[in-house]
Write a protein that binds this ligand. Structure first.
Ligand code: FAD
Length: 400
């Protein structure tokens, strides 16, 4: 097997994601948590030629990059080769009552309910096991936690509760589905599953800007996860782009680290909820550049140095000094594998037929994968409950 080193931090969803992918491959690795040994941060930055985000992954001394780079290698079919991994023998295919795609609040709530109904659900966890809350710190609005709880801790509790009633977890993404006949087919890299019913709870992912320099400097100053990477930009100029709750949450969190945090927003008012907007507007370290868009990320080849920012009203372009650039502009639903399988809106969000039902009998939908209005953990969990109850009743109507 290959020699793998992965630099991580506490509460880093992308680190968990990368480790899970390596786990699914049966690969062992040396984990260096730079929170436990801060001297290793400098080593990581040097070895990765300026990489200032976690995780940073090395396979046989070769710098792979971060979690997305590892996933890209896997999708291109190159990771197995790098891991010197032999193909596994196919396992016998079993038919389950219900397979749930996704392990965020929606998927894990569906798992809890269907498990308690004795349906022995199988959850295909996805590469970002635990979902979006794995990339956040305090969750203050999930009922039952008056003091708040961190996102990763909350998702750990969800998982334990679903496990307690017999939920089975399959790591990795579903890469293909066949809903044309029952039992339905669901494939991961490693497994083929059959199911009498499916609950789709594959959630959403952060959007990228698609501007020059964004991809080049991803992991070298461009970040999509403040909790993972804020630490690296201590006493530096930090910029957050976006005007919603996520952007305000990121800006407030980053204000703990940065010399100054500038929020750049294309309009002259925020989309964020009033409480979040007020907190950011009143914060002494947070400044706002209104009616402005970032046009280019500029660096010195190893890390971000500045941004080209255009005022959309005057057309004026300025250079803004920037060490850490955090993109917080919203999400895109994770529905790639359902194209031509399930009806979706232009934006890719899945359409519901009635309640949680899709247009295919036996396929149910829950959470941010269809909900672009509320997008909260508690609503996703509620939708997960609804899909589980609809699924249970439908299976019963089918004599199961
Ligand atoms: C930074 C941030 C902070 C937030 N803070 C809060 C907060 O304080 N309070 C709050 O209520 N909400 C918060 N939210 C919103 C909340 O996280 C989401 O509304 C909620 O996680 C949605 O749950 P979900 O289960 O629908 O989807 P997600 O959480 O997105 O989970 C989707 C799951 O599906 C998996 N998946 C995707 N594709 C596949 C596939 N092909 N095969 C298998 N699995 C797949 C993913 O890996 C993931 O496990 C926050 C979101 C962000 C980004």
């Amino acid at each position: 097997m290959a020699d793998i080193t992965i630099y991580t931090r506490d509460f880093c969803g992308y680190c968990v994601r990368a480790k899970r992918l390596l786990d699914t491959k049966g690969a062992s690795y040396q984990e260096i948590n730079i929170d436990l040994d801060p001297a290793k941060a400098a080593e990581m930055i040097e070895r990765s030629q300026g990489g200032r985000t976690v995780p940073q992954i090395f396979i046989d001394g070769v710098h792979v990059g971060g979690s997305d780079d590892l996933v890209d290698l896997d999708r291109a079919g190159k990771l197995d080769e790098m891991l010197q991994r032999e193909a596994r023998r196919p396992e016998p295919v079993e038919t389950h009552d219900v397979v749930i795609i996704g392990s965020g609040p929606a998927g894990l709530t569906s798992a809890l309910y269907t498990a308690r109904a004795n349906l022995k659900p199988v959850v295909v966890e996805g590469l970002n096991a635990g979902g979006q809350l794995m990339n956040t710190t305090e969750v203050e609005n999930y009922p039952g936690f008056p003091e708040g709880i961190t996102g990763p801790e909350l998702m750990e509790q969800f998982k334990k509760q679903a496990e307690r009633f017999g939920t089975v977890f399959v790591p990795g993404d579903a890469i293909k589905v066949d809903f044309s006949a029952r039992p339905f087919g669901i494939w991961t890299d490693e497994k083929e599953l059959r199911a009498n019913a499916v609950i789709v709870a594959s959630g959403a992912s952060p959007l990228t800007l698609g501007i020059t320099g964004e991809e080049e400097y991803a992991g070298r100053g461009v970040s999509y996860c403040a909790t993972c990477d804020g630490f690296f930009f201590r006493d530096q100029e930090i910029v957050v782009v976006g005007g919603g709750d996520t952007a305000m949450e990121e800006a407030l969190f980053l204000a703990r680290y940065g010399k100054r945090v500038t929020v750049i927003h294309r309009r002259d008012e925020l989309r964020a909820s009033k409480i979040m907007a007020d907190r950011a507007l009143e914060h002494e370290k947070i400044e706002f550049l209104w009616n402005s868009v970032v046009e280019e990320v500029v660096g010195d080849g190893t890390k971000v140095q500045s941004l080209k920012v255009k005022n959309v009203q005057t057309g004026e372009v300025i250079d803004r000094e920037c060490g850490g650039f955090f993109v917080a502009i919203g999400h895109t639903p994770n529905t790639e594998i359902f194209k031509s399988v399930l009806p979706m809106e232009e934006t890719g969000y899945l359409k519901l037929e009635q309640g949680s039902k899709s247009n295919i009998e036996g396929v149910f939908i829950a959470g941010d994968v269809h909900d672009h209005t509320y997008r909260q953990a508690v609503t996703a969990a509620g939708y997960g409950c609804r899909a589980a109850i609809d699924c249970e009743r439908w299976l019963e109507s089918q004599g199961r």
